[in-house]
Design a binder for this molecule. Structure first.
Ligand code: NI
Length: 183
């Protein structure tokens, strides 16, 4: 087990566009993925992007159902997202690179994705709701975008200790938005 140091906001690697991975099955890439899996589990997170461990390559882990099912995260190399329609929803997000804060972020409600798995084989799928949110958050990291950049109302940014106020703001109004929570 190897734990990698997580880059915090302010480190330039988080603002860079990450490079395409040409050789997913290279030993160095496999080692990086193994270490990212260990690091994500240790941090109790639902997603991790390689730039968050100071490696500017297009690799993400997503594990939206970690708390329910355990198991292992999906490994997506060179992921691409396609938004199915314009439907957006609001949900809570946090980020291992921005510890202590949470914000309410608008995201596409559904999408399809394509990527390579860690063996370098093409995979594709569709995602809704929280799964779609985690994918958008992690792929944003590959383009130097943090969830703060996606927020449209910074009054909905709060310290963890003030989370109850955000949850209150997310209570669905008639015709309103779903509630989602991330970590
Ligand atoms: Ni993040």
């Amino acid at each position: 087990m190897a734990l990698l140091k997580i880059a915090r906001m302010g480190h330039p690697v988080l603002w860079q566009k990450a490079a395409v991975v040409d050789d997913p099955d290279a030993p160095a890439v496999q080692r990086l993925v193994d270490h990212m899996i260990d690091t994500l589990a240790d941090a109790d997170g639902v997603g991790l992007a390689a730039p968050q461990v100071h490696v500017s390559k297009r690799i993400v882990l997503v594990h939206p159902d970690r708390t329910e099912t355990g198991g292992s995260p999906d490994v997506l190399i060179n992921p691409e997202l396609v938004f199915v329609d314009d439907a957006m929803e609001l949900g809570l997000e946090g980020c291992l690179s921005i510890p202590g804060l949470r914000g309410v972020v608008p995201r596409h409600a559904r999408l399809t994705y394509r990527a390579l798995n860690r063996q370098g084989q093409p995979i594709e799928g569709e995602a809704l709701g929280f799964h779609a949110r985690v994918l958008q958050h992690e792929v944003d990291h590959l383009d130097g975008v943090l969830y703060l950049n996606r927020m449209t109302d910074l009054s909905l940014l709060a310290f963890d200790s003030e989370l109850k106020h955000l949850v209150a703001a997310l209570q669905p109004a008639p015709g309103g938005h779903d509630r989602e929570e991330t970590s």
